[in-house]
Design a protein around this ligand. Structure first.
Ligand code: C5P
Length: 403
């Protein structure tokens, strides 16, 4: 959503990871961005100008003196056009040149004129990455106000060895581009989020759970990271990966299984948090005892009774110890008497806002990419949102907390 309509200028230098950039361009355009490309001469040894032109839909700027250029001043007009620049892969050579203001080709001249946000993804052999010159260049560039420097990733390198020096993967570059383009409205804030279902064990192989996938909570975590928050995500079992964000953003994931684990982990981080958003579908009941061996059915047995006890209500516990400077937001998933149930929960759990989901709405609830919610406030007022993506719901929730 954040990439929609954005102008992204990609600078490619001469490293083998350049072969991944056409796919990155394709994905940026799929997300609604417009992309233009500038390269060093060496980059075109790894990826052709024709490929880049085809996937970007624009002529590639790689020769400062080429007569075929419609304008001879792309190094000025491209930075003017762009909302951000992404230099990937950034080789040792290009990093060292940029740090010292050397502008002797299309990419470095364009960078020299770029005053808007720049995201840099270094990629090279480990020894080159760890050379004093490269380290110094990275350190210097990292201090510039408009630069976000990614770490090189570790793993297999093109030279046949293994170590630090790989370019971050495309999903990391996409998340980092979103991060760079988002105003930092949660800068310095610590946000605690619970997400996903819980598993309440019956015996070593069976458990009770619910249909939550974690999508809504993970979307909130990403939205908070984009806005510059430090995020602790206490998550029940979920298939969703946050690896792209973990590569560069201040995210701590605390994986938990049961409602009790979630209670302990959430309470542990609450004191440090400015905003807590409780999105998890926590089990309300858990088996009173957990059998140490798999429960067997007996011959002739027709029923089985499971004794359950009530779990601790995390939201209510946090509501009791909440300080005035802390915000606490809960969710309510209801099937009937939605509004009155939500209002009662808001009061009893001492929440600052409740996000009401109705399972009666099509496209809302578990597992979908969309949601239709109503915000319920302590003064009794409500705000209905239309059916929108969970990403948009996440942003609306944060906007409402910040109001
Ligand atoms: O009472 P109910 O489960 O409907 O309330 C939903 C809200 O309370 C959600 O924000 C949910 O994450 C939270 N909750 C909790 N601990 C529980 C049960 C619910 O934090 N044991």
């Amino acid at each position: 959503m954040i990439l929609q309509g954005k102008h992204i200028l990609i600078g490619i230098s001469g490293g083998i990871a350049a072969y991944k950039i056409p796919e990155l361009i394709r994905q940026l355009r799929k997300a609604g961005a417009e992309v233009q490309v500038t390269t060093t001469k060496n980059a075109l040894e790894f990826v052709t100008s024709l490929t880049l032109q085809t996937v970007s839909g624009h002529k590639v700027y790689s020769d400062v003196f080429a007569a075929i250029n419609e304008h001879s001043t792309e190094h000025i007009s491209l930075p003017d056009w762009a909302d951000m620049m992404l230099i990937a892969p950034a080789t040792a050579n290009v990093l060292c040149k940029m740090a010292h203001g050397i502008a002797d080709d299309a990419l470095t001249t364009t960078f020299a004129a770029m005053r808007k946000p720049v995201l840099i993804a270094p990629a090279m052999n480990t020894n080159m990455y760890e050379s004093p010159a490269t380290k110094q260049a990275i350190q210097q560039l990292s201090q510039w106000d408009n630069i976000t420097m990614l770490d090189a990733a570790s793993g297999e390198l093109a030279c046949g060895t293994s170590g630090k020096g790989r370019m971050q993967e495309i999903d990391v570059l996409l998340a980092a581009a979103q991060y760079v383009l988002t105003p930092k409205t949660l800068d310095g804030k610590r946000v605690l989020i619970t997400a996903g279902p819980t598993h309440e064990a019956i015996d070593p192989v069976r458990y009770i759970t619910n249909a939550s996938t974690g999508k809504m909570g993970y979307a909130i975590a990403s939205a908070c990271l984009r806005r510059g928050a430090q995020v602790t995500l206490v998550s029940g079992p979920s298939q969703i990966s946050m690896k792209a964000w973990e590569a560069f953003a201040p995210l701590t994931i605390v994986p938990v299984t049961s409602a009790m684990d979630m209670y302990n982990a959430t309470l542990h981080s609450f004191d440090q948090s400015d905003i807590s958003i409780l999105c998890a579908a926590v089990a309300d009941f858990t088996p009173q005892t957990q059998a140490s061996q798999k429960i067997k059915k007996e011959k002739g047995q027709t029923t089985m009774t499971l004794e359950m006890t009530i779990t601790k209500d995390i939201a209510a516990s946090l509501g009791e110890i909440k300080r005035k400077d802390q915000k606490l937001v809960g969710f309510a998933l209801e099937t009937h008497d939605e509004l009155s149930n939500a209002q009662r929960k808001l009061q009893t759990k001492n929440l600052d806002m409740i996000v009401l989901n109705s399972l009666q709405d099509k496209g809302a609830g578990f597992g979908t990419d969309t949601n239709k919610v109503t915000f319920v406030y302590p003064n009794g007022t409500t705000k209905n949102l239309p059916l929108i993506s969970k990403e948009e719901v996440a942003d609306e929730i944060i906007n409402n907390i910040l109001e």
